[in-house]
Design a protein around this ligand. Sequence first.
Ligand SMILES: [Zn+2]
Length: 249
Amino acid sequence: MKRAWNTLVLAMLCLAAVACGKAFAEDRLLFSRDELLVGSRPVSQAYLGTLKEVDRTTATTRRIERAFARMVQQAKRVRPDAEGWDWNLVLVASDAVSALALPEGRIFISTEWVHRRRLSDAEIALLAAHEIAHVIAEHLRERVSTFAAARPGQKLTVAAVLRIVAEEWVLARELAPLMQAQEFEADRIGMALVCAAGIVPVRALTLFDKMTRPDAVGDLSYVRSHAGPLERKLDLIAWMQAENLACPD
Ligand SMILES: [Zn+2]
């Protein structure tokens, strides 16, 4: 019953946030998911080329794999069409970046970052769920669409938007308010996934205490996209209380 309720809350959140769910503002966004994936492929490939995957032999890598699989399973319940998406976990050894997501469903998590901060399974789950939330809420699609919609005369493609933003990064600053809103939204959707998986939220919330710096990573990393960890934690707690999110305790 609790889980069914959580799925309902999450679905409502998705609608309210105009985020996940097939019906969400398809017409409001300039580009389709397919256009986004094709247009962003060169950026994704270039990014992938800069990373070195780690061997999946340690206890940490196995714990991350388990948490990722568990969270993807919940994400598919919220967005059934995500069943066929290209979900994929890439483990890297960087301490500069904790985790990030590419729009097709490829999630990067740093084993080094997780290991150094001694993240618990619940904390790893929230870390993964936050990134998965960016994917199911299609945040990059929303950003690229917003940028292009502000320049209707230019008839920009996805690839053109990404190129412009990469070359004239100062232009991406106009997206900062949207990106910050998306980060809070990813925290909320992520926590709802964590709860739906039967994880006690207070065990996951300590993730924010282990983030010692603003976690501004991603394809537009030169913009301050994430609020501070404490601000995020407090926002999330307030939201959970306001929504009366049914979580295990
Ligand atoms: Zn994020």
